[in-house]
Design a binder for this molecule. Sequence first.
Ligand code: GLY
Length: 355
Amino acid sequence: MAVIASQAPIFYAEIGCAELSNYLRTSKPSIIFVLVDTNTHNNCLNIFLQQLETTITIEVIEMEAGEEHKNIETCSGIWETLSELGADRKSLMINLGGGVVTDLGGFVASTFKRGIDYINVPTSLLAMVDASVGGKCGVDLGNLKNQIGVINQPQMVLIDSQYLTSLPANEMRSGLAEVLKHGLIASETYWEKATNLEALTLEDLDDLIIESINIKSSIVQQDPTEQSIRKTLNYGHTLGHAIESYFLTNPNKVTLLHGEAIAAGMVMATHLSFKICGFPENKLRDITKKLNELFPKIDLLEEDYKIVIDLLKFDKKNSHGNINFVLLKDIGEAKIDVNVPNDQLLEAMNYYLKN
Ligand code: GLY
């Protein structure tokens, strides 16, 4: 089955292998570069290479794992390696990894010699349901998340949940935050399904992934360059990204996984939605309870509030000096470009801390 996300087709499981082989036969890349990180080198590369049927030269490039390596220095290293290994404009880059690898690898490919083709093979839940789909790629600027980048669609995205068997539980949870976000912005039924995880089988997980990708793809399809509805995919990310950036560089804080920061950001955004957009209070309570059960409480203190609010000025949705929030009128009914006064932000952070 293929789902079209803007121009990039998404293929599942063994169909993906067949489609990749077809693609390689017809587009005949000069060299295939497989970008991995230290984790996917150990856990995923063999699985991927065993499925790859081709006589084209394959070079593996490895980067360090972790958000702290999602920067322009890592890109420079990879651009140099590509150059040394003779990459030309007909070379293909295959990003085999989580969100850091697919974001950074997509950016490296999109800018090397003004752009070579790339394919995403996401190996984390987060990358499957969010990062690898929709063509956003880029890197952080210092501690500021995803400040440098482009929107450029991959040739295809290959989803295979067998890669998830080696994924640590906290990374699975991190991806779940984006799954839940898709429910909150687009479908109450999906939210209910995704939060009722007690009897989750592998088949259920596959269904959950496909449905999440369908939600995201349909939004990207309508607004590939994020002029309007695509902003809804940033639910919980305005405060979430600011908190993630702050924790990333503060030596007194433990670095958060993206989903952990976004889960906290979604509790806060739902409180703002209740205060500003009339979001039902009973659903706010339910969402808070579910997110608190699934995600560890982050170590945010009252003395951190001001720094977090200061960091909001770097949010990519801002325009003309305004900080634009995505809020909800109800589950599945998002509102974009909502201006939020500072006292409401403080209240939302207090709500998170006290509930
Ligand atoms: N991760 C949000 C988006 O792709 O638009």
